[in-house]
Design a protein around this ligand. Sequence first.
Ligand code: 5GP
Length: 210
Amino acid sequence: MFTKKGILIVISGPSGAGKGTICKELLKKHNLHLSISATTRTPREGEVHGENYFFLSREEFLNKVEENDFIEYAEVYGNLYGTPKSGVQQMLDDGKDVILEIDIQGALKVKDNVSDGVFIFILPPSMEELKQRIIKRGSETPESLMTRFKSAYQEINYVSKYNYAVVNDTVESAVEKIESILVAEKCRVDRMKEKILDSKEGLIHDQLYD
Ligand code: 5GP
């Protein structure tokens, strides 16, 4: 789908597993770039247009769908969410590593099109802990809490479609695990081929390709 230089890292998992906090921490510590999604959801207190999301009306969103502006989009709990194509494409072309923090339906759509993306599933340490985290967030009504919790149960089955599963027992250890995944991914021969071929190190080249 893309001509890529940077790595596309897709972080997803059920609501309340802690994807957002983990991504924030990764972005603080590393030279990674978060794709800002578009959504039809109303902003929560403190959320800023263009920083947390591009908040669009349903009509504006559907126009963008028509114009094929999204890499993927999905309806999540009654609202539409989509990953804008152009921003991500540009960052990858510039050699930047890009994080998509998206739901499972969206991640699976991306996986169909971007075979060399890195797909990471964030798991809660337990279902009880997941419930407590969703409650603590305080932004849900009792109904939406139940909906999120029930779908989390089902969504966990999709872990087998991902490349990596990271249990979010503490943010620190989850971030460490993802850092290790990224180091390993960067060392994969299929990602390094071009660099190795470009280098003047004939010996390395011969060992890998002869
Ligand atoms: P929230 O409304 O709590 O910010 O997000 C709800 C869900 O939508 C989360 O699971 C979040 O990861 C997901 N989400 C955010 N942006 C996107 C996107 O661009 N595409 C898809 N498919 N899901 C998204």
